[in-house]
Design a protein around this ligand. Structure first.
Ligand code: FMN
Length: 191
């Protein structure tokens, strides 16, 4: 277990190779609880989750995410996949911005961090055909699919694809603080 939340967040990474070992029901429930208690705009809680734990169903799911979803073939080996949806009737729109994405992202990330603390890895995924997946899942028309993620224990070594992605799009590489933060200065400090 990590000593602090910051340490846990620094340690987390996207994993693209999973051991097939199943997750305990207790761990899955804890992960879902972390998502359930998240904050949301006007406390609207638009998130809705679909949980897959059956090996054969996960394999079928991986074949129903469209052409785009092919890049996420590795979900087929994970013992659990969670699909994060949003009930659009609960969406809050302010300043021409829809907050269902923010709300659901906060909730899903809480789940991801809760999982990581337990040694359970995951990988945010947006690469799927929403149209095909929604049809396969038979979700209500008022739902959007925001993201999905496998959850499982990481293989000792990333696969070739994971290593490749890590090289190009990941992991430790983050922008320096100066590029993303400005401290607002008082009039005195500006002088
Ligand atoms: C909204 C979102 C969508 C993502 N979609 C995918 C995806 O479809 N496939 C994938 O392999 N990684 C996906 N990622 C993972 C990112 O590539 C990864 O988080 C980023 O490169 C930083 O690496 P790290 O998570 O290991 O720190 C996604 C991440 C986010 C936040």
């Amino acid at each position: 277990m990590k000593n602090s939340l910051l340490e846990l967040m620094k340690d987390r990474r996207s994993v693209r190779a999973y051991k097939p070992d199943p997750l305990s029901e207790e761990d899955i429930n804890d992960i879902l609880e972390a998502g359930r208690i998240a904050p949301s705009s006007q406390n609207r809680q638009p998130w809705r989750y679909i949980v897959f734990t059956d090996r054969e169903e996960i394999r079928k799911l991986s074949r129903n995410t469209g052409l785009l979803g092919l890049s996420n073939f590795f979900i087929k080996d994970a013992p659990c996949v969670i699909i994060a949806c949003a009930e659009m009737k609960k969406n809050l729109r302010v300043n021409k911005k829809d907050y269902y994405l923010v709300d659901t992202a906060i909730s899903f990330q809480q789940m991801i961090l809760c999982a990581w603390e337990k040694g359970i890895a995951s990988c945010w995924m947006a690469a799927f055909s929403e149209r095909l997946l929604a049809r396969y899942l038979k979700i209500p028309k008022s739902w959007r699919i925001v993201a999905m993620s496998p959850f499982g224990y990481p293989e000792d070594e990333e696969g070739f694809y994971g290593k490749l992605l890590d090289r190009f799009s990941s992991g430790e590489r983050r922008m320096p603080m100066e590029e993303i933060v400005q401290f607002w200065q008082t009039e005195d400090e500006k002088k």
